[in-house]
Design a protein. Structure first.
Lengths: 114, 118
């Protein structure tokens, strides 16, 4: 019962470097999301996807790009990392609509940008 | 975004005490949803409850109960006879948009850190 799996769990980057966070879910969920969590803050939505091949901006999309080439995977990219992107990143997925629309979260990726 | 406010940053109680976590929300909608999620020390958020604005009845699930009051725009969460395993950060949340959008697009409150001491 893997659920939502995020890789890597930890990463340290230098300013200007790029990286990709991978999220994989095995529950056949239609919807997937990327959130970031900063100290003393709630989670904030970066981007989301309502199906394979589709993505949309969330609340704080600047500096990030995403892709959903396969239904089970949702990738979050940082093209040129900045210290302000130091955060814990959470991926989540859900069924599409109705009473089942609750989020299942991964365990998070701790990213530090120096 | 219409906000969700969790005024209590941290709460500490001793095991077996009852504790209530407050959540106040803003809305201009007549129909809306509210959520509670739990984030234990392991970090992975876990869904607790979803409530829609049509239903103002209190919800009870074991030691957990939720009090939804439209008149005060509050959706408070009570843990009865708290246990050490209840120690976590608890988030109240609502959808960024109430209509025509996935309910997974959430605006989270800042969370309340609950510590239950043995």
């Amino acid at each position: 019962n893997a659920g939502v799996t995020q890789t890597p769990k930890f990463r340290v980057l230098k300013t200007g470097q790029s990286m990709t966070l991978l999220c994989a879910q095995d529950m056949n969920h239609e919807y997937m999301y990327w959130y970031r969590q900063d100290p003393g803050m709630g989670l904030r939505l970066i981007h989301y996807s309502v199906g394979e091949g589709t993505t949309a901006k969330g609340e704080v999309p600047d500096g990030y790009n995403v892709s959903r080439l396969k239904k089970q995977n949702f990738l979050l990219g940082l093209e040129s990392a900045a210290p302000s992107q130091t955060s814990v990143y959470f991926c989540a997925s859900s069924y599409a609509g109705g009473d089942n629309e609750k989020l299942f979260f991964g365990s998070g990726t701790q990213l530090s940008v120096l | 975004a219409q906000k969700v406010t969790q005024a209590q940053t941290e709460i500490s109680v001793v095991e077996k005490e009852d504790v209530t976590l407050d959540c106040v929300y803003e809305t201009r909608d007549t129909t809306y949803y509210l959520f509670w999620y739990k984030q234990p020390p392991s970090g992975e958020l876990v869904f607790l409850i979803r409530r829609n604005s049509f239903d103002e009845q209190n919800e009870i699930s074991g030691r957990y109960s939720w009090n939804f009051q439209k008149s005060t725009s509050s959706f408070n969460f009570t843990i009865t006879a708290s246990q050490v395993v209840d120690s976590a950060v608890y988030f109240c949340a609502r959808p960024l948009r109430s209509r025509g959008s996935t309910l997974g697009r959430l605006y989270f409150g800042r969370g309340t850190q609950l510590t239950v001491w043995p």
